[in-house]
Structure formats: C-alpha cells, structure tokens
Design a binder for this molecule. Structure first.
Ligand SMILES: [Mg+2]
Ligand SMILES: [Zn+2]
Length: 190
C-alpha cells in the first residue's frame, strides 16, 4: 500500500438517517414531520471541523412496500438540509436503499449490507478504514463493520434504547447521540 494513494483520501462519518439525523417517525416521508434529532447539529459541526464528510446512508424500504413514492425521499432530504442550513450545517451526501427483499429481491445496498457505504467511498474518494458509522439499529452497526469502518457506534436516540433492550451487549461502542458518538471516536474511546 503506497501512502500516496491513501493520503489524499477523505474520511467520512456515515450516519443513519431516521433516529440519528432526524427524529424517528414510522415511514417518514413528509417534510412537515421532519425534525432534527438531539445532538445532530453539534455532531455535524464537530464532523466538519475535524475534516470529515457527513454522509447519510438510509434504508427506505417504504418505497418497496408502496408506503410512499421514491420522490418523497428527496423532499425529506431537502427539508433536512433547510433545517440544518438554518443552523449553519449540512449533510454532504445522501445515499438510500429503496428496496426490500420481500418486495424487490435481495440487493447489496440494504443495510446491514455495505453497498451504500462502498458506493459513497468510490464516488467521494473516502478511506473507509479511517471512517466511522453511527446508527440506532444493529443493521447500521453491522453495515459499518461489513464495509470495513474503523468503528461503528450504536446511539441511544431513535430505536437505540429498544435495540439495547434486545441486545444488552451489542458488541460495539454505545453512545448517547450522534455528537457524543463522534466525540468518542475522535478521542479514541470505544
Ligand atoms: Mg434508524
Ligand atoms: Zn437496496
């Protein structure tokens, strides 16, 4: 491995969307129901200050299930960007999986598969081995591990507490929210 090839690569904080960036709402597809989650603005400020990209990777099986059209995803993301812009922040890129195995067959992008993270790494020149994943479900944590992230954090926002009730020992670092998780990562705490 030559250090030249690695040096210019960027690092990313991969973020699950529902329950991490915005408050969890079942099959969220309405901009008016889109509300920022605790710690996300502080997280994004820290992520960008540290020179990381903030990349959302979200399973949106509601599309495959016919709960909402794929075009609604962009509307929610526009709303999120507007809410974040009001706080001087933004998400650098969004990736979503609109599939569900029972409706559209297996795909490589639905978390815990690493497809979205790998695609982002390719398109945005990200060094995954120096990057991290933050999510509120085990499928998020596993996607980060499957992609080869340096660390994958489970947060207590969104479904986090429910996830921990089912898996008291999730085998990954646990933190209160996206901000505390990112700071734990920066401090090398696991
Ligand atoms: Mg989630
Ligand atoms: Zn998919």
């Amino acid at each position: 491995m030559s250090d030249f090839s690695c040096k210019n690569k960027r690092r990313a904080c991969f973020l699950d969307r529902d329950g991490v960036v915005n408050v969890e709402v079942s099959y969220l597809h309405e901009p008016e129901k889109t509300v920022l989650e605790t710690g996300i603005v502080e997280a994004l400020k820290a992520i960008h200050k540290a020179g990381f990209l903030a990349v959302v990777v979200t399973n949106q099986a509601g599309v495959a299930r016919g709960k909402y059209p794929e075009s609604d995803i962009a509307k929610v993301h526009e709303k999120l960007q507007a809410l974040l812009a009001a706080c001087g922040e933004k998400i650098d890129a969004f990736y979503y999986c609109p599939h569900h195995p029972e409706h559209t067959g297996e795909c490589s992008c639905r978390k815990p598969n690493p497809g979205m993270l790998l695609q982002a790494a390719k398109e945005l020149d990200i060094d995954i081995s120096q990057s991290l994943m933050i999510g509120d479900r085990m499928s998020d944590v596993k996607a980060g591990i499957n992609a080869g992230c340096k660390a994958s954090y489970l947060v207590r926002t969104g479904y986090g507490l429910e996830t921990l009730a089912k898996e008291p020992d999730p085998g990954c670092p646990v933190s209160d929210n996206a901000y505390t998780a990112f700071m734990d990562f920066i401090k090398g705490k696991k």
